[in-house]
Design a protein around this ligand. Structure first.
Ligand SMILES: O=C([S-])c1cc(C(=O)S)c[n+]([C@@H]2O[C@H](COP(=O)(O)O)[C@@H](O)[C@H]2O)c1
Ligand code: NI
Length: 399
């Protein structure tokens, strides 16, 4: 079965609201999201989900609108309430959301807290999320986690994340872009960023932490098809559309591929059977892909054998050396030939005799199963069953 892979194309940076918007646009369930957020012990805000245009491109706009009263209260320094990582994890754990969503949300918050702790030189448990910022972050982060779980995403690929330059004003004062929390997340999680000459902040700490926590794979598969796309709007207006595009992609598996192989041949009419058997083992044990004899009639009415070796280019010299040293050959023909090979993989099957490796080959939508000879043989040796009985039984399990 195909794994569901999400590709985040961060050519205009990434933030919490952009990610939620893109995931909703991909089809995440809005009602489930609202129910999950309502179950958190966080109040004083409304969620607005709508459409907007960024440089003429239609995108989903996810907005956390703080209540005016609460905004006022939080703006008053005397009423500043702080929550640390422990308090936030407790809020997440007490919410009515799936365990997977809880784990994702806590992972993202841990990344933010670690980065803030480093930036401000305080212990991680002493990092306080200011109330107004915390509401926004909790909602964005938990929303991303609910949507990822709801969309059943297995793997996430994150593109290079574009960032602007200059400075940004926040409650600390005016700080450089990328802001310290973002640089810490990028370094700690090996995210790849590209600084552009766009003036302003394109990657927020929340966005960087989401990318870092979700990313499971490096780079896109060589061949893939896009199944669905979702666009999330950012709140900024840059020259280039401030959107995050999220794609559900599927790897296109090549069933048969073109390949080449080298063929070495020599005719032998004066070598003993023992000698010929010995050479096959030597060649097979030294990199030969296949080695075989064909009975031939040679000059002067002599019955003989043609020895054929299939090998990679880098093994030609060693194969030739084995042949010259271990047979009576005084000349070897060689040529490179094209071949078509099927995509194959080895799977492990549980049978009543124990585990058996099976080679699965793919062609035009069909699968062909071939139990591995050595495994079947070892079961036969142990149980006394015939080769045919064990082989057919394993094939039956697979049918
Ligand atoms: O609130 C804090 S501590 C804060 C720290 C930093 C650092 O880089 S340190 C940056 N900011 C800026 O706040 C806004 C909001 O960010 P969100 O991730 O909460 O969306 C953004 O401009 C940050 O650069 C805040
Ligand atoms: Ni900070």
């Amino acid at each position: 079965m195909h794994k569901k892979t999400l590709y985040l194309e961060c050519f205009s940076g990434i933030s919490g609201d952009m990610t939620v918007g893109a995931l909703l646009d991909l089809g995440a369930d809005e009602n489930l999201l609202r129910q999950g957020l309502d179950s958190l012990k966080v109040h004083g805000y409304d969620i607005k989900i709508g459409r907007t245009q960024k440089c003429g491109i239609d995108a989903c706009d996810f907005d956390v609108v703080l209540h005016e009263d609460d905004k006022h209260t939080y703006d008053n320094v005397h009423h500043h309430e702080h929550r640390n990582l422990y308090d936030i994890c407790k809020i997440i754990d007490e919410g009515q959301i799936s365990d997977r969503a809880k784990d994702i949300a806590k992972k993202i918050f841990n990344i933010v807290a670690k980065a803030e702790s480093k930036a401000h030189g305080v212990d991680i448990e002493k990092v306080h999320f200011h109330e107004v910022g915390a509401i926004d972050s909790i909602v964005d982060i938990v929303a991303v986690a609910i949507c990822i779980d709801n969309l059943d995403i297995d793997e996430v690929v994150v593109s290079k994340i574009y960032e602007g330059t200059g400075h940004v004003k926040c409650q600390h004062g005016t700080i450089p872009v990328p802001v310290p929390a973002v640089t810490n997340i990028v370094i700690d999680n090996a995210l790849s960023i590209k600084i552009t000459d766009n003036s302003g902040e394109m990657i927020t700490p929340t966005g960087a932490a989401i990318a870092a926590a979700l990313k499971t794979k490096e780079g896109l598969p060589e061949d893939c098809k896009i199944i669905k796309i979702g666009l999330g709007a950012g709140k900024k207006d840059f020259e280039k559309a401030n959107i995050l595009r999220a794609f559900i992609i599927e790897e296109v598996s090549k069933e048969a591929s073109e390949d080449h192989i080298w063929v070495l041949e020599t005719n032998l009419d004066d070598c003993s059977g023992e000698n010929l058997g010995f050479v096959v083992e030597k060649l097979m044990g030294s990199g030969g892909k296949d080695v075989f004899y064909t009975p031939i009639f040679m000059k002067k009415n002599r019955p003989g054998y043609k020895l054929t070796v299939l090998c990679e280019e880098e093994n030609i010299k060693s194969m030739e050396s084995i042949i010259f040293k271990n047979t009576t050959s005084i000349g070897i023909r060689r040529y490179r030939t094209d071949r078509t090979i099927l995509k194959r993989e080895i799977i492990n099957i549980d049978s009543e005799y124990g585990q058996v490796r099976v080679k699965v080959c793919f062609f035009e939508g069909d699968k062909y199963y071939y139990p591995e000879y050595e495994d079947v043989k070892s079961i036969c040796d142990k149980t006394g069953f015939s080769f045919k009985t064990v082989y057919d039984r394993v094939k039956l399990i697979l049918s």
